[in-house]
Design a protein around this ligand. Structure first.
Ligand code: C2E
Ligand code: MG
Ligand code: MG
Length: 694
């Protein structure tokens, strides 16, 4: 017995009645758990899904066409709420072909509570219509329920041609209606017509069924794909009398199939493909209307950390919440899309004034001032937004997106949680960035890096107490490139790890060489980037490097900036503790420019504060700076830390610092950073003598 909708309801009490492998029961039936895991299947379902050869219980969603999963998941969730329903979707059969099925879903209840879902798969009626129904009247009735299908009949002797729904399907209106087979053939695309007629002929010759896909040029100029299935009807003597068939508009089905290529399955938002398409149309429209539009590139700040610490499932929840929040900021006509990961884009059209784009960006930032709630916990998220305008910045979709992306990076650079509009300067900077990124990889291999050393001096005695190792890139064409330009890029790409290892190795060897030369022992200060400290192999690798060089780690000093320590104070404390335990000294670099939070200063095993050069610069002219400098020095001393002032250039600055009891200084007043050979000479000469220091 074939299962019908009503049967399902009758048998509901016991799904086993349906799953029973009754040979009459040709429909594939199975039960699934709320997550889609297959619990039981009848013989047809086992065959349809190839379950027999599997040694695990698969998930039904794996068999759905990727474009249908989102839709199916939503429907299955409704069923799990107790609502029986029927929907059509495309299944991927084990041989890889896609085929549309009608899926009848019913909740299975136990003691009045939902326990699983019963699914019955029924191939959609295309075949049924085409092959099993000889009655033209019935076919016509059925076709009334299927707006994408038409039926027709062609008498082979008289060539009389009747059809139902064909005119609608082909967008024909009287007097252009289809009255004959010839009329019909005229609508077929010239490249397909021969194939079409051959297939018909073959069906007639062999008295069998036929099926053919072909294109039709509608009067509107649009081209659509259709699929015809037909069969030959014979009279009592076995002569072919009629060709009956159905014509189906494949557009809907194809839309369904290409769903995957259009929407993000997690958030249901348009994906990159669809967004590009819409943007392309919007750009064309704007050139007609003269009204500009904008593309906004939105990236969640530090989303990776949330994802890593709270888990991917929570991460997914947040992305969905973000998608909803973004959608809430827009008008109906605007498009928000998810490009992937934590990147979203928005397209706004018909901007009467450019600052309307600014309003949208601000509205989005505002929308993120309310916390997100996940698992009962509240937390805040911010976004960085880049904006590019069409047709002003460009009329090319990819270029527009690239420019919005670059502007977004600028927003990140400006401290995140803000928006930036694309400008030509941003473009220039990014081109440079990309070039450096590419060439930096080669720089290490080609030995283009070099270390220079700058002395750190005791003001009172003029003695060199240490040197800071500063890396330089000797670019074959551009000459010397400053670390301020390439270190941030090396951080971004991760190249800082091998570069940092090279720096440490060279610095250790040089320090050891000076000691071996019998020069008075000095400290070697080496800069570390946060990215290096985060590398899991960091401690291991520095132990090896120091060990190889033979340098006593007491001579080493690591300069670290605040960023990393603030980000994760626990991690900071732990790793600094390990370094300290090895005997390495620790300095906090650029102090005063970052957060300069007092609470962690006393918590961390630091030895030295390096006062940033920016305070030294106007020390004597701006009382404000002078006060800060004095405060930093007093603070360091109260915490039992040494202070070294960076960027000291003038005698006045030096005197000022000395008066505030800053003992150590580094700066051009003593020496620029110099090559190892010059530094060696300098060390041989003994203490500095600053003429004029009173
Ligand atoms: P930093 O660690 O604060 O280094 C001090 C910077 O100030 C150096 O710039 C130095 O040349 C400069 N400087 C020293 N005395 C004076 C002065 O009297 N006046 C002025 N105006 N500037 C002075 P440099 O060498 O361009 O390095 C810039 C930054 O690049 C460094 O700042 C450091 O953060 C980073 N860097 C340099 N080498 C390395 C390295 O090997 N590894 C890492 N991770 N970063 C490095
Ligand atoms: Mg430094
Ligand atoms: Mg510094």
């Amino acid at each position: 017995m074939r299962l019908q909708n009503t049967d399902v309801r009758d048998c509901l009490i016991d799904p086993n009645n349906i799953l029973d492998d009754n040979p009459d029961n040709r429909d594939a039936c199975l039960t699934i758990d709320p997550d889609g895991g297959i619990l039981e299947a009848n013989e047809s379902a086992s065959q349809l899904f190839g379950l027999g050869s599997l040694d695990h219980s698969p998930n039904i969603l794996d068999y759905f066409h990727p474009g249908a999963v989102f839709h199916a998941r939503k429907n299955l969730a409704r069923v799990a709420q107790g609502e029986p329903l029927t929907f059509t979707l495309v299944l991927k059969e084990p041989n890889g072909t896609f085929r549309p099925y009608e899926v009848i879903c019913h909740p299975v209840l136990k003691n009045a509570t939902y326990c699983s879902t019963l699914l019955i798969f029924h191939p959609t009626s295309l075949q049924v219509l085409g092959e099993e129904l000889n009655d033209a009247r019935l076919r016509a009735d059925l076709i009334l329920c299927a707006p994408d299908v038409a039926s027709w009949e062609r008498h082979l002797q008289t060539n009389e041609f009747t059809s139902h729904n064909l005119d609608t399907l082909l967008g024909r209106v009287p007097p252009h209606s289809i009255h004959s087979y010839e009329d019909f053939c005229k609508t077929i695309h010239e490249q397909d017509i021969l194939r079409y007629m051959e297939t018909c002929q073959q069906a007639m010759d062999t008295h069998t069924v036929g099926s053919v896909d072909y294109r039709v040029c509608l009067d509107s100029g649009q081209i659509k794909w259709f699929c015809d299935r037909f069969r030959v009807l014979k009279d009592a003597d076995g002569h072919a009398v009629k060709l009956i068939g159905i014509t189906r508009d494949m557009t809907l089905l194809q839309d369904n199939l290409s769903n995957e290529a259009q929407y993000c399955p997690l958030t249901g938002l348009p994906n990159r493909n669809l967004f590009r398409q819409r943007l392309e149309q919007a750009i064309k429209r704007s050139s007609r209307t003269g009204l500009p539009g904008a593309a906004l590139f939105i990236d969640l700040d530090k989303f990776k950390e949330i994802n890593d610490s709270l888990g991917h499932e929570t991460g997914d929840h947040i992305l969905v919440a973000v998608a909803n929040r973004l959608s809430g900021c827009l008008r109906e006509t605007d498009t928000v899309a998810r490009l992937g990961g934590d990147e979203f884009t928005i397209m706004v059209e018909d901007l009467r004034q450019i600052d309307q784009a600014e309003l949208v960006a601000q509205k989005i930032l505002d929308a993120f001032t309310t916390p997100f709630v996940c698992d009962g916990k509240e937390f805040f998220l911010t976004v960085s937004i880049g904006v590019s305008l069409f047709p002003i910045d460009t009329e090319d979709v990819d270029d527009l997106l690239k420019k919005a992306d670059l502007a977004m990076y600028q927003a990140k650079d400006e401290g995140r949680n803000n928006y930036q509009f694309f400008t030509p300067e941003i473009n220039k900077r990014s081109v440079e960035r990309i070039t450096i990124k590419r060439q930096l990889r080669a720089a290490l291999d080609h030995d283009e890096l070099r270390l220079q050393y700058q002395p750190q001096v005791d003001i009172y005695t003029g003695e060199v107490v240490g040197v800071e190792a500063l890396v330089r890139w000797c670019h074959p064409e551009e000459g010397i490139i400053s670390p301020a330009r390439f270190i941030p890029i090396a951080q971004e790409t991760g190249l800082i790890v091998p570069i940092g290892e090279w720096v440490l190795e060279m610095a250790c060897k040089q320090c050891k060489a000076w000691i071996d030369m019998g020069l008075p022992p000095i400290k070697m200060a080496v800069n570390l980037s946060p990215r290096q400290l985060k590398d899991t192999r960091f401690l291991d690798s520095i132990r090896k490097i120091i060990g190889r060089s033979g340098l006593d780690p007491h001579y080493l000093e690591f300069e670290i900036t605040e960023g990393l320590l603030i980000e994760n104070i626990q991690f900071g404390r732990q790793i600094l503790g390990e370094l300290k335990a090895m005997g390495i000294h620790l300095a906090l670099d650029d102090f005063g420019t970052g957060y300069s939070s007092l609470s962690y200063l006393k918590d961390l095993p630091l030895d030295i504060l390096k006062m940033d050069g920016s305070f030294v610069r106007n020390l004597t002219t701006e009382t404000h700076n002078s006060v800060i400098a004095r405060t930093i020095i007093a603070l360091a001393h109260s915490l039992n830390l040494n202070v070294i002032a960076e960027g000291v250039e003038t005698l006045e600055q030096l005197e000022h610092l000395r008066d505030h009891e800053c003992i150590y200084v580094q700066g051009f007043i003593y020496s620029q950073p110099v090559d190892a050979s010059i530094m060696t000479e300098r060390l041989r000469q003994g203490p500095f003598n600053i003429i004029g220091l009173t």
